[in-house]
Design a protein around this ligand. Structure first.
Ligand code: ACO
Length: 320
């Protein structure tokens, strides 16, 4: 049995927050933000919208596009670092409830910006082992709830949003997800963290941006080399290279080091900012909706985030 990437969906919050919003509130400029990050604007969820709401809306679209009944879903995985609740209940359980899916295995994954690739890996393993048939994977984030808006070095980077996909069992090898590989190094935990219950301070995201940047470029590049090599593939076998959208300079450095052509590289960070686990599925969805991604094409996903975690995936996109 094989796992097939059957559909994609996303929810993009309506409220646009431009760089001017930050310029009005702190010592920064549109020029600095654009030049250093490539970000012009990001989307912000409403106060009453929680991560599960964003994830539920993305999931509805993915389920609809997969042409399956929600009752056929037997596993729900939500990757998030901005869950509705601290520790429990999981955001996946809340999404299951909001979708009206009962008695389903539901769990969250905490792998920061690599969350969607980790979720894909888990979904693939469950399907290939024969334990599950239709897995709903979601990357959903309300990062505006964990961003420190007094820290000008991080706050302008992040946005809110969600993406979701249905991964289904198939007996056709030619429709299968080709490969997923994930990794981590907890020794680098201090580069990017939210103190949480270890701290008496409000729990906002903290990042050593400059050091993180360098590790990001290194791991994103080596990830791609590794997964292409072990599958005996080259850049020419890839229709779209969809890296985690953290910073345009990172995408450019990695894309150039790997010799990807301009038309292969997908960039959404300018419009959405960094939406952590949601960034890759939101980018896949954008390509699907604007027609740059067609059924049967091969996408290369490449992610990096807090943990530190990193991972890549070679995926035959089978959305209709
Ligand atoms: N406006 C104006 N100046 C600023 C701002 C700002 N918003 N922020 C920082 N500066 C200043 C700094 O104080 C510093 O000034 P100094 O030279 O006088 O000391 C100068 O700009 C340069 O600061 P750096 O931190 O070296 O800037 P850098 O070029 O590294 O860009 C950034 C910072 C954008 C954060 C970058 O390092 C980055 O993108 N890092 C990686 C982020 C990432 O990939 N994270 C992982 C995924 S996120 C996740 O997992 C949740």
């Amino acid at each position: 049995m094989y796992a097939s990437f059957r559909s994609i969906g996303a929810f993009i919050p309506q409220t646009v927050r431009t760089n001017q919003w930050f310029v009005d509130r702190m010592d920064t400029s549109d020029e600095w933000i654009t030049k250093r990050t490539g970000i012009s604007e990001r989307r912000i969820a409403l106060k009453e919208q929680h991560t599960s709401d964003l994830g539920t809306e993305a999931a509805k679209i993915a389920i609809n596009r997969a042409s399956i009944e929600k009752e056929e879903i037997d596993l729900i995985i939500c990757a998030t670092i901005s869950p509705d609740y601290l520790c429990m209940p999981s955001t996946a359980c809340i999404i299951a409830d909001k979708l009206g899916i009962k008695n389903v295995m539901a769990l969250d994954i905490s792998a920061a910006c690599t969350g969607f690739v980790y979720a894909l890996s888990v979904a693939k393993a469950f399907i290939e082992s024969g334990m599950k048939k239709n897995v709903l994977i979601i990357g959903a984030e309300k990062l505006s709830s964990i961003v420190d808006y007094t820290d000008r070095t991080t706050c302008m980077l992040f946005g809110d949003g969600a993406g979701a996909a249905i991964i289904s069992m198939t007996d056709k090898k030619e429709d299968a997800i080709i490969d997923v590989q994930c990794s981590s190094d907890g020794g680098l935990k201090d580069l990017l963290l939210t103190p949480g219950i270890q701290s008496e301070e409000a729990s906002f995201m903290q990042m050593k941006g400059n050091e993180t940047f360098k590790v990001a470029v290194r791991t994103l590049t080596s990830d791609v080399r590794l997964i292409l090599e072990r599958n005996k593939m080259t850049n020419d076998d890839i229709d779209l290279f969809i890296p985690h959208q953290a910073n345009y300079r990172i995408i450019k450095a990695v894309g150039d080091a790997l010799n990807f052509k301009e038309e292969q590289k997908v960039v959404t960070v300018n419009k959405y900012g960094n939406t952590s686990s949601a960034s890759i599925p939101m980018a896949i969805n954008k390509c699907y909706e604007d027609g740059t991604l067609k059924s049967g094409e091969v996408i290369l996903l490449d992610a990096f985030g807090g943990g530190l975690t990193w991972g890549s995936a070679l995926v035959k996109f089978m959305g209709k």
